[in-house]
Design a protein around this ligand. Structure first.
Ligand code: MTE
Ligand code: MO
Length: 509
């Protein structure tokens, strides 16, 4: 008896949930397009997504990176979107009772987005325009849909035509908004055509790497398009080199501001530097080697004259995000750069165009500020930065690490000669002086090392192993220039980088 009635109730509610979803899609789509055309980060989707990333507790973030890898952000933002869409459906159901109720819920959602937009560093009142558009367009859409739905019941009305017209039009508006947003962001990301001067003293080309001899090994130089990326924000900042400037302030003899051309007029040097992320797990993928072109950080600091009291360089990016770099380490003679080029071309926008910091030997989160616009000489006591505020270490030299690229974990191999190979890094500590491999807890055997480009750059390695039938455990460790072996002590990435040997199991036979 009850069942058909329940079903009718659900079928008659269903269109309303759909109206709520469509109204929200219209709001998100139009706002996304407006934001893409003006200030991309003010899109409600991006702003809420970024706020969620910033507010997510560090352990959850670590778990997301471990479980989803580079897709961690897509998963975080996807879950937010699912939540928003569920509430949007509810707003439709509410509108069935009273349009006002549904509209109120939509506006509450927009208010959350507005708070996220205003919560960004350096937010301005005009940043709220996309949110205002989202509020207005979604409520108008809901009102149209509700009106059309109610009208179809009236005897004089043209039946379902009105509803179909409203649904069709609004679907097109929502899709067009999303498409415009996508198109415009794609166009914006096109690189600016800048001509970089040649370095004063070019470094010789890198010798051939071991790739040809060891299939499956990481290339010695990471192709720019394959270089890992870690960003706290979801959109890539688009900066015109002509609009960019770098200010050095704080505890300095004189504040200095440099334009992009000022920077290019200074001495440019080329350096091979390996960058790694503190969030990289043992054996993980967040490391890359590139040839960077830039101005020595110390040359720029000398223009300003660093004061006695400073112990950190607080760098700020174009969006107000901050990174703390220990002053003593960055200026101890290593080749810290304000980089303008990567692998023979201008920096891609994703990697910090027009200028980023690169400090060899320090994890990216304390030394590799992308889209950098300000260097403030200050103290750790006075100022803290993004990751410090989230519990990460302030002093985080890169830990020595050997990664096994081949064979893959759990590989099934034929008995006989197997080439075990990978890449190792140990900036500081004298660089990679050796790599050793151990099979099944036996003796450590020396691997053959690839060429050496200085202690700031990683090295390839391999070892020929006569594999016998059975299951085997392979471990690798790096030896540093100071004679020490990489520690076996396991540590998680949080708060100062992972440690422990990379080990894996393979089956032979
Ligand atoms: N402005 C800005 N700079 C940043 C980051 C960021 O999120 N924003 N991420 C840092 C981190 S954690 C790392 S590991 C490196 C990664 O640089 P890449 O994305 O060019 O590989 O950039 C660093 N610089
Ligand atoms: Mo990082």
């Amino acid at each position: 008896m009850d069942e058909p009635r329940t079903r009718t109730r659900i079928t008659s509610a269903l269109p309303w949930a759909g109206y709520g979803l469509l109204a929200a899609a219209v709001g998100l789509g139009t706002a996304h397009a407006l934001a893409a055309l003006t200030v991309p980060a003010t899109s409600p989707v991006l702003a809420v997504g970024s706020a969620v990333i910033d507010l997510t507790p560090t352990p959850v973030k670590e778990w997301a990176i471990r479980s989803f890898g580079a897709a961690d952000k897509a998963v975080l933002v996807g879950s937010v979107l699912v939540g928003v869409l569920a509430l949007a459906a509810v707003s439709g159901l509410l509108a069935r009772r009273r349009l006002r109720y549904g509209a109120t819920l939509l506006l509450l959602l927009v208010a959350v987005a507005a708070a996220a937009v205003l919560g960004r560093p350096a937010a301005r009142a005009t940043d709220l325009l996309p949110c205002l558009l989202a509020g207005a367009s979604s409520v108008a859409a809901l009102a149209w849909l509700a009106g059309a739905h109610r009208a179809q019941a009236a005897p004089a009305a043209g039946g379902r035509r009105g509803v179909l017209l409203a649904v069709g039009t609004l679907a097109v508006v929502a899709a067009a908004g999303g498409a415009i947003g996508r198109l415009v962001s794609g166009l914006r990301l096109r690189p600016e055509d800048v001509a970089l001067p040649a370095p004063a003293t070019p470094v010789p080309p890198l010798p051939d790497d071991l790739g040809g001899r060891v299939p499956g090994i990481t290339p010695w130089r990471t192709p720019t398009g394959d270089f890992y990326r870690v960003d706290t924000r979801l959109d890539v900042p688009v900066i015109d080199s002509a609009d960019w400037s770098l200010t050095v302030d704080g505890d300095v003899a004189r504040e200095v501001t440099l334009s992009f051309d000022d920077l290019l007029a200074m001495d440019l040097v080329e350096r091979d530097i390996t960058l790694t992320c503190v969030s990289n797990a043992v054996g993980g993928p967040y490391a890359g080697g590139a040839r960077w072109l830039g101005v020595r950080l110390t040359d720029v600091l000398d223009l300003a004259g660093v004061g006695e009291g400073a112990d950190q360089i607080l760098s700020t990016d174009v969006g107000g995000m901050t990174i703390s770099t220990p002053l003593a380490l960055a200026t101890d003679g290593r080749d810290s750069l304000l980089a303008v080029g990567m692998n023979g071309a201008a920096l891609p926008r994703e990697h910090g165009f027009p200028v980023r910091l690169v400090v060899p030997g320090l994890y990216g989160f304390i030394g590799a500020t992308k889209w950098v616009t300000r260097l403030t000489l200050t103290t750790y006591a006075e100022r803290s930065a993004y990751w410090t505020d989230r519990g990460w270490a302030t002093d985080a030299p890169i830990k020595p690490s050997a990664r096994i690229d081949t064979p893959r974990p759990l590989a099934v191999l034929d008995a006989g000669e197997v080439v075990v190979g990978g890449i190792a890094w140990a900036q500081g500590d004298g660089g990679v002086a050796g790599v050793q491999v151990r099979i099944d807890g036996g003796p450590w055997r020396d691997a053959v090392l690839g060429p050496d480009a200085g202690d700031g750059y990683w090295r390839q390695w391999y070892l020929r192993w006569d594999a016998t039938e059975g299951s085997h455990r392979i471990a690798a460790r790096t030896l540093t220039g100071d004679g020490a072996a990489q520690t076996a002590a396991r540590a998680d990435p949080f708060p100062s980088g992972a440690s422990g040997w990379h080990e894996l199991i393979v089956t032979v036979g």
